[in-house]
Ligand binder design. Structure first.
Ligand SMILES: *[C@@H]1O[C@H](CO)[C@@H](O)[C@H](O)[C@H]1NC(C)=O
Ligand SMILES: *[C@@H]1O[C@H](CO)[C@@H](O)[C@H](O)[C@H]1NC(C)=O
Length: 379
């Protein structure tokens, strides 16, 4: 009887064990359920995938192959801009498909870009989008959340190749005021513009165990490393960045701040490696706890221009009194400076959210933990 029950349990639970998201949303995404217990379904083609993502019905959508969007919406040929200096798409840089004409430092050229990559797929409420093994690839299209869509899980998905030769060529994941988003064990690479952008309405998000791979043949810095990685600029954005791997990037990884209110962010236990430009670039609207992160071979962990932001970055009894635990040290090897920052307004702000702040692991364990766990194919 015991054996029969055990066998039944194994058989009954196996499809679910492989089919739905793994783990539990935490940090600011705590409580997110995505598509919940909806039966996992496998879209047969691009049209079906798009329709399942765009509506507000609770759905668990599985990606078990590469969806190749390149060419699926055609191409655009038009006159846009190229820098007059030597860093252009013709020699390892980027050209620009911005609207509104070229400036004094640019010249007009004809560009040709993929239309599908230029704008992401709409994403509605109550969704889980889950990759199977390491097969969950969206090639040539990102995700663009519907305004105010809620309760979404994106796990084990690789977004790749969004017109990387063009600034504005495409964003990996774009949010528009989305309450409750968990992005976990994903990978983003070769975007034209941002890997991730929250725009101007507030979103509540955790991004965890994700790889931001900046290696590109078209770098705005002309050094093989992607520049325009992140912008968190939403009004009252609440964002957890935990255990992500940020590498071969040259800027804005992340940029935090806008004129739209404050952004409350905990960046904890991230691993930053081989970045040739800046990681944190935070303007005065940022309220950022940066703790337990590991840097190596990174030129500028934080810009000097971040001086007007509110930042906390050191262990101190103020952490214990506000968060009920000490903060964790950041560790830097062969990297630029990270001057200590102690603006307790950051801790006051995070303390309001009680169970949302993540308790860090020790800085000495970050590289080992993140390097064995980041990205796709590991859940
Ligand atoms: C999402 O799911 C929740 C809980 O099941 C439900 O209350 C809500 O109406 C759904 N939202 C949408 C937009 O369908
Ligand atoms: C053109 O380049 C110069 C020198 O880098 C810079 O000072 C100026 O602001 C640029 N102009 C525009 C319109 O971006």
């Amino acid at each position: 009887m015991q054996i029969a029950v055990a066998l039944f349990y194994l058989c009954a639970s196996a499809p679910y064990a492989f089919a739905q998201h793994k783990g539990t949303p935490y940090g600011f995404a705590k409580g997110v359920t995505g598509g919940g217990s909806a039966t996992p379904a496998y879209p047969k083609d691009i049209a079906q995938l798009k329709s399942w993502l765009a509506d507000d019905m609770a759905r668990v959508t599985m990606i078990d192959k590469t969806f190749d969007f390149i060419g699926s919406e055609g191409t655009v040929t038009e006159n846009r801009c190229r820098m007059k200096d030597t860093c252009t798409a013709a020699n390892g840089g980027q050209d620009t498909i911005k609207q509104g004409g070229c400036d004094d430092n640019e010249t007009s050229i004809q560009v040709k870009y993929d239309k599908a990559s230029y704008v992401g797929m709409p994403v509605g409420s109550n969704k889980s989008l889950i990759g199977v093994g390491s097969k969950g690839v969206l090639h040539g299209k990102g995700l663009r959340f519907n305004t105010a869509a809620k309760n979404v899980i994106i796990q084990n998905i690789h977004i790749d190749n969004l017109n990387p030769q063009y600034v504005w060529g495409g964003d990996g994941i774009s949010l528009y005021g989305n309450d409750g988003v968990w992005i976990d064990h994903c990978k983003i690479s070769r975007t034209g513009r941002q890997h991730f952008v929250s725009h101007y309405e507030g979103s509540r998000v955790t991004i965890s165990n994700t790889e931001f791979d900046g290696r590109t043949s078209y770098s705005h810095s002309c050094n093989g490393d992607h520049y325009w990685t992140f912008i968190f600029g939403g009004k009252a954005d609440k964002i957890t960045l935990d255990r992500n791997y940020w590498h071969d990037l040259s800027g804005r990884s992340p940029k935090i701040g806008s004129s739209e209110g404050t952004q409350i962010i905990q960046a904890v236990n991230n691993w930053f490696s081989s970045n040739t430009g800046h990681n944190f670039d935070i303007s005065s609207s940022g309220r950022v706890l940066i703790e337990g992160n590991r840097w190596e071979n990174t030129e500028t962990p934080i810009t000097t221009g971040s001086s007007a932001a509110k930042i906390w970055s050191v262990p101190d009894s103020s952490c214990t009194s506000r968060l009920g635990r000490n903060c964790e040290l950041n560790a830097l090897t062969a990297s630029g400076d990270f001057p200590s920052r102690k603006d307790s307004a950051v801790l006051d702000e995070l303390a309001k959210y009680k169970t949302n702040p993540v308790t860090p692991i020790a800085y000495g364990n970050v590289k080992g933990t993140v390097s064995g766990n980041y990205g796709i194919g590991r859940i």
